[in-house]
Design a protein around this ligand. Structure first.
Ligand SMILES: [Zn+2]
Length: 505
């Protein structure tokens, strides 16, 4: 059977999800679980894009050894050199070099003629192939490019020594039949295409990303680029779990083999959802909460007779186990640490576990703590490692007459600072006080959501905020037994992301 190579780009393309900024600790945790899942290649970042991305690629290169670590670069000498530097400690490395090839991108974005694009690609490819054994070449917006121009530029790439040629549907424009046809055309017409891998990279703007990726495979593609939960810019990328389970469940049709341990899918889906702050819809294929729930009487009856009547995959095959793990105040540090590993956190230091355990204990005295609560605690800890502001204390005065007053103290560096503000209700007042302390000129609260994570009046309250700060979008979340505290923490969390990027979106 043909082996399909999985290139996961959750940490690169997926991080372009609006409002998502993950710190290095969180990225390393995800990379480790991707390694466990068995992806062939991890696209870890775009080193030339920012210092943060550079350091992430470097750290993943040093710590994750089994998969190939890949970095993205434009056809620019400095980008290629930055990628080579960031990847220097990787055991196995790949460069993904890209240039736009559609008329609209060449003319309006690159402001180059097609001939100039061919020349630039050729020059950069020869540099890239001198520095790397494994070079992938991608044509941005390939599906709106002239297929014969694609053949021309891929000819240059293969001749220069690229080992993978990638066909991105950057804007999610293609239909499956059309995309399959394009893959076939490239395979047939590029000189030496038989000696290289052909790859797809599909976006989900019209809901066809996974279908397009599968059509590419049916037409001879050897590699898929995808993300966990389909995270990514706009409507996102092709979802890894959908492609993987389609290939596995319909092996009779596709006739392909994959190297993934699909029982890791549920765990990594939850980890990515929690760290990215992007909720998985209940009806999301494979990993949604309802995927293996059978509500109707007729279905339930059939399921009791034989599960296969209404179930094409088992929950166990994607790592969904019946046990609903709940930890309470009697759970010790050892059980807590073990649960962290099971949830996918494998790089936490002993000190980090101790700090998270202390926070867990303060909740567990009040309530049973679920996996989601534990993940929220750890993610907040990971964020706190790079945070600039920390909530020290707050006091609120409010009543039924409308206006409320809040006094908030934040720690920043070695000092503390306090500010009082009024607002429409306690949360608005507290947000106004934090806004003043942050020094940001322009903040708007775009989304604000509060929900009880657990049941009862002593439930843990989870707050999520989405802010636009000086033009950039930042999300924050927090859980706490005190709902006002969790709102303030979520707000501070988002501001820390803003402050951490030096205020550049
Ligand atoms: Zn993309």
């Amino acid at each position: 059977m043909r082996h399909i190579v999985f290139l996961d780009t959750t940490l690169r393309d997926g991080e372009q999800t609006p409002g998502v900024h993950i710190n290095r600790g969180g990225k390393l945790e995800i990379a480790r679980v991707l390694e466990k899942l068995g992806v062939d290649i991890i696209e870890a970042g775009f080193p030339a894009a920012s210092q943060g991305d550079f350091r992430c690629v470097e750290e993943i290169s040093r710590n994750v050894r089994k998969p190939v670590i890949c970095a993205l670069a434009r056809c620019v000498e400095d980008d290629v050199k930055a990628a080579a530097e960031a990847l220097k400690d990787a055991e196995k490395k790949r460069l993904n070099l890209f240039i736009a090839t559609s008329p609209i991108h060449m003319e309006h974005k690159l402001r180059m003629t097609p001939e100039q694009v061919l020349k630039r690609a050729g020059d950069c490819l020869s540099l890239a192939c001198r520095l790397f054994d494994d070079v992938e070449f991608s044509c941005e917006d390939a599906t709106r490019s002239d297929p014969d121009f694609l053949v021309k530029i891929f000819d240059i790439a293969v001749a220069a020594g690229a080992k993978t040629i990638n066909i991105p549907d950057t804007v999610g424009y293609a239909s499956p039949a059309e995309f399959g046809e394009l893959v076939r055309y490239i395979r047939r017409n590029v000189k030496g295409a038989d000696s290289v891998a052909v790859s797809s990279h599909c976006h989900n703007d019209l809901g066809m990303a996974a279908a397009n990726a599968l059509a590419a495979i049916e037409n001879g593609a050897d590699q898929v680029e995808c993300t966990i939960n389909g995270v990514g810019e706009r409507a996102g990328n092709a979802a890894l779990e959908e492609i993987a389970m389609a290939l596995r469940t319909r092996a009779d049709h596709y006739g392909c083999e994959i190297g993934l341990d699909t029982t890791v899918l549920t765990r990594i889906s939850r980890l990515v959802s929690s760290l990215y702050g992007v909720t998985v819809p209940v009806n999301k294929p494979i990993v949604g909460a309802n995927c293996f729930a059978h509500e109707s009487g007729i279905h339930q009856h059939g399921m009791m007779m034989d599960r296969r009547t209404y179930e094409i995959m088992t929950p166990e095959s994607v790592g969904l186990t019946a046990e609903n793990f709940v930890m309470g105040k009697l759970s010790g540090r050892h059980a807590f640490a073990k649960r962290l590993t099971e949830l996918g956190y494998t790089t936490l230091s002993a000190d980090a576990v101790t700090q998270c355990f202390a926070r867990f204990k303060s909740y567990a005295d009040k309530k049973n703590v679920t996996d989601d609560d534990i993940m929220a605690i750890v993610n907040e800890y990971l964020d706190s490692q790079t945070q600039i502001y920390r909530l020290v204390n707050f006091q609120i005065q409010s009543g039924s007459s409308g206006r409320a007053m809040a006094m908030v103290t934040l720690a920043a560096g070695d000092g503390e600072m306090s500010e009082a503000a009024i607002g429409d209700g306690p949360i608005d007042a507290a947000f106004n006080a934090v806004h003043r302390l942050s020094g940001a000129t322009d903040i708007s609260l775009d989304e604000f959501e509060i929900k009880a994570v657990t049941e009862g009046t002593d439930a843990l309250g989870e707050a999520r905020v989405k802010l636009t700060v000086d033009g950039g979008v930042y999300t924050g979340r927090s859980v706490s037994p005190d709902i006002i505290e969790s709102c303030i923490r979520a707000y501070v969390n988002a501001l820390n992301k803003w402050a951490g990027t030096g205020g550049e979106g």
